[in-house]
Write a protein that binds this ligand. Sequence first.
Ligand code: PLP
Length: 391
Amino acid sequence: MQDDTKLAHLGRHPERHSGAINTPVYHVSTVRYPTVGAMRDAIKNRWNTLFYGRHGSPTTFDFEAAVAEMEGGFKGVITPSGVSAVTTALSAFAKNGDHVLVTDNAYDPTRHFCDQVLRRNGVDVSYFDPLIGGDIGRLMQPNTSAVMLESPGSLTFEMQDIPAIAAVAHDGGAVVINDNTWGTPLFFKSFEHGVDVSVHSVSKYIGGHSDLMLGIAVTTEATYLPVKRTAALYGVCAGPDDAYLALRGLRTLGARLRQHRESARIVGDWLETRPEVSRLLDPTREGDPGHEIWRRDFTGGASLFSMVLDRPYGDDAVAAMLDDLRVFAMGFSWGGYESLILPVDPRPDRTATTWTAEGPVIRLYIGLEDPQDLIADLEAGFERLTAAAGG
Ligand SMILES: *Cc1c(COP(=O)(O)O)cnc(C)c1O
């Protein structure tokens, strides 16, 4: 089956639900057992069956199975947010005395968890240049237990050579965790490229409508139990309503992403003609430093990218540009139908590399509006930017 067919069919069992197409929302805490024997069987089989509400419900199981199969993984572990997918995966593989390597372009909260929680728990954390590739061997230590990647990073979009990094990490006995929120289970098949745990913020493209918080960690056979047990030990679980919405979002993921990407290409082509834009940070574009890796490893691209302005305009001029946009909204998160824009500063959250761009960085998320309306909105914004900066 091709991916679009899988998206339509995975993770549902109408025959179990009187023929209803979608898996219903199962609100469940207690699960009743008819006999002592049945209860003992359930305890023995607790990682694979309906056991107790905290461990999952038929709604969350169907969501986990659909995403895992889309991405080519063994199983998924649902979590209440993307951040908790990251922290659950890291906690499963980083114990007191271990060393963890983290890409320098990682999502801020991932970094903060490593700096504030892992370090407090006796884990040695070091950051590396996202472009390091196989040279990561220089940084591996005998106690390196995990390598945390995010390719591309969600502010500055550096690609990592995941197969090269994974080969070295595995040689040293470390697992590779990758935040695949940008790539989605559709466009980056993590498990064909050496990833051991793929984490996603489901709140983004999979949910797709800016109305839910959810995450998932997709695993291999070897990494499933460590991740699932860690989720169970911390009491990490997710509600069935959100899992239902995520399954609904999954059905249209392919169609939405194609439209997002086409509009992002149109807006990106236009931005490249603008004198105010020095360059785009977007691995889907020819000439981007990550383009070769993206073309080699990915089958599609997201509609989230950044632009670097051509000179330091100053905060007030950037605010003049962004404050009066009519179609773009300002806000965190992305993946919904609405376009978003955000001024970002990559400088404070880097330690292994230094960010030295000419001008401010502005991140754009291209939604499902007509791209000509987005372009007109940005064009008026650039006029305000230049006027506020004194021409
Ligand atoms: C948003 C995001 C997260 C966190 O997800 P939440 O669902 O907001 O907790 C993690 N990684 C990346 C790359 C993200 O964009």
